[in-house]
Ligand binder design. Structure first.
Ligand code: MN
Length: 332
């Protein structure tokens, strides 16, 4: 397998080219971003199932996922003896956040194809199919799979639906387009039990999650005259609640829900001194600009970055970035 240094050129390709590439490949390993969400898991699993249905050997390798996404990955996880010939990444904007833990690979692995929807995609893969208008990577994966004439089963449709429903906040966010609804309608026609999946994904909370949510809400502070709300979840809160990092994604949407908030910040201390920062915004504030000041990226209304240091330094750094972006937007 080639390494990064031997790479020649990074190409942006279209849907047909991506479909042709996949049809040519066999022995495929599918990766996604670190700390995979429903879109990462759903996209990877749908693609893996689709490739298998046309006779290919394909596996996924994902970093730890939430319990609610586990039903999708059954029998798809790479066994140790599988040697991939081709690596495909989904929902991953940057090599820096490629989830390789437990895959036997490192971040310098040769990703031959990346299927993504983040406008911040840096074209790290040798070939990238990027659809910035897609609400979820799953929407882009669906388009490619249709081009490949892959027969859609209920199983595949469920994975794609989870991806789209996750990234649109169950069709609430402004990235939800008429095409998103049409895609979801097609998936519903393939037998997806919408009510059942929405309940698993968006209604049911584990006891551990409910405990950490309570602590997160209690930690909320507001800044800049209530235009920024911030919650901080410390390492101790993770320990006291017993919640796993991967099940705490819904926390990110909480601060932005408050009236008058333009930037909702969620700081999570994954390990002592290592913080994951989620940024959710309302117009006219660009979340990826705020995250960008701290070396991260993402979408206009949802972005993220990491920070190493103390809790105080993490909060201070993110508030400085918020101030800069608020000033540029004329909010201060
Ligand atoms: Mn996504």
């Amino acid at each position: 397998m080639r390494t990064v240094s031997e790479r020649t050129i990074q190409m942006r390709i279209n849907k047909n080219e991506a479909a042709d590439m996949l049809l040519e490949m066999d022995n495929i390993l599918i990766l996604a971003h670190e700390n995979p969400d429903g879109d990462a898991v759903g996209s990877a699993c749908a693609l893996c199932k689709g490739l298998r249905s046309i006779g290919k050997r394909a596996y996924i390798s994902l970093e730890p996922i939430s319990k609610t996404d586990a039903f999708m990955t059954e029998k798809l996880v790479r066994p140790a003896e599988f040697i991939p010939e081709h690596i495909v990444a989904v929902d991953t904007a940057d090599i820096k956040i490629l989830g390789v833990e437990g895959s036997g690979l490192d971040k310098s692995c040769n990703v031959e194809l990346c299927i993504d929807h983040h406008m911040s995609n840096v074209f790290f893969a040798r070939n990238t199919y990027l659809d910035e208008s897609a609400s979820a990577a799953a929407e882009a994966v669906y388009d490619i799979m249709k081009t490949m004439n892959i027969p859609f089963t209920k199983d595949i449709a469920e994975c794609l639906y989870v991806g789209i429903a996750t990234d649109t906040g169950c069709f609430r966010y402004s990235n939800t387009t008429s095409k998103t609804f049409r895609t979801a309608a097609e998936l519903a026609d393939m037998g997806v039990d919408i009510g059942k999946i929405n309940k698993i994904q968006f209604e049911t909370k584990t006891k551990e999650y409910a405990a950490i949510e309570k602590m997160a809400i209690a930690s909320m502070q507001t800044h800049f005259d209530g235009k920024c709300a911030m919650i901080t979840v410390t390492h101790e809160m993770f320990e006291d609640s017993g919640a796993a990092d991967c099940e705490t994604k819904p926390l990110s949407s909480i601060p932005r829900q408050i009236e008058g908030v333009y930037a909702g910040i969620t700081i999570k201390e994954k390990k002592k001194g290592l913080f994951n920062i989620s940024v959710r915004t309302n117009e006219p504030v660009n979340a990826s600009e705020i995250a960008g000041y701290l070396g991260g990226g993402g979408h206009r209304m949802a972005a993220g970055c990491t920070f190493e240091g103390t809790r105080q330094d993490a909060e201070k750094a993110v508030l400085e970035a918020v101030r800069t972006v608020f000033e540029k937007a004329g909010l201060l």
